[in-house]
Write a protein that binds this ligand. Structure first.
Ligand SMILES: C[S@@+](CC[C@H](N)C(=O)[O-])C[C@H]1O[C@@H](n2cnc3c(N)ncnc32)[C@H](O)[C@@H]1O
Length: 264
């Protein structure tokens, strides 16, 4: 109940802080707003991912899920048995966030994408549809979930996505060695403050001026709000955009340090 009340009040705070397009003086940020937030084209790729989501939402297979979720330490817990359809319902990005990621990738044209938190692969598929030639490395701690994501990518004919099975703590450095300069990073895993800030800081030396970091669920809990505030205060961060459901960070040198709140 506490979290629901907190999230209602943080949503109200967000809505009162939303800025208009007239506050966007940088041509780059204006283009981000127009190309990513305002583009409501129904791209054909959306239907491809929608079809897979539909299948997963009917999938009665039962798997053993190793739980790395929020409220925990980032270390795997004992886990539980769950239906694939339950994971599809509770963990995958919403269609609206998926469309956002698709447009963000189209906007950024990344060659290398790093994702923390694959789950069944829905968000990675949106990104792959937008950049079929990009190298996508996505990390998932739960082996059975990772196996289903792999088979989803295979079924969808995606050869540009590699799923790395293991905890972010163990695998992030390995993946950053494979992809030393990612152009886009999507953080969608552990929802606690300390590990979220730590993963961001581990990525930081590898990010270049054109990298975009997207962080899911920045208002999901007090801890995630604190993580977001800590991250955007970092001197290397130039512009942050709070979209309530997720946040986006830019590092381009020509931008002046500014924190925006925009309508998702
Ligand atoms: C919210 S889901 C990701 C959803 C996915 N991005 C999508 O939209 O389809 C988060 C995933 O991250 C994994 N995860 C969370 N913390 C982790 C950690 N510390 N190490 C490895 N995996 C982790 C969970 O097992 C879960 O599958």
């Amino acid at each position: 109940m506490g979290r629901v009340k907190d999230s209602v009040s943080s949503y109200i705070r967000y809505r009162f802080s939303v800025q208009s397009k007239f506050s966007l003086h940088s041509p780059f940020i204006y283009k981000f707003w127009a190309d990513v937030l305002k583009d409501d084209t129904r791209y054909p790729a959306y239907s491809t991912v929608k079809q897979l989501r539909k299948e997963l939402l009917r999938d009665d297979r039962i798997i053993h899920q190793v739980d790395f979720g929020a409220g925990q330490t980032g270390r795997p817990q004992d886990g539980k048995t769950v239906k694939v359809k339950g994971i599809a319902r509770n963990s995958a990005v919403s269609a609206a966030k998926g469309r956002f990621l698709y447009k963000l990738v189209k906007f950024n044209q990344p060659s290398g994408i790093l994702e923390l938190g694959t789950s069944l692969g829905i968000s990675a598929l949106y990104m792959s549809e937008a950049a079929p030639r990009a190298n996508i490395q996505t990390i998932e701690g739960c082996p059975e979930t990772a196996a289903i994501a792999r088979s989803n990518f295979e079924k969808a004919g995606k050869q540009n996505i590699s799923v790395i099975t293991g905890s972010f703590d163990e695998k992030l450095q390995d993946v950053l060695r494979l992809m030393p300069k990612p152009d886009l990073v999507f953080i969608d895993g552990n929802h606690r403050k300390e590990p979220t800030v730590k993963y961001f800081e581990e990525c930081l030396p590898h990010l270049h001026a054109g990298t975009i970091v997207a962080m899911d669920d920045i208002h999901w809990s007090k801890e995630m709000e604190e993580a977001w505030k800590t991250i955007i205060a970092h001197p290397k961060v130039k512009v942050s955009v709070d979209l309530f459901y997720l946040g986006v960070i830019f590092f381009r040198e020509e931008l002046s340090k500014e924190d925006f709140v925009l309508r998702f």
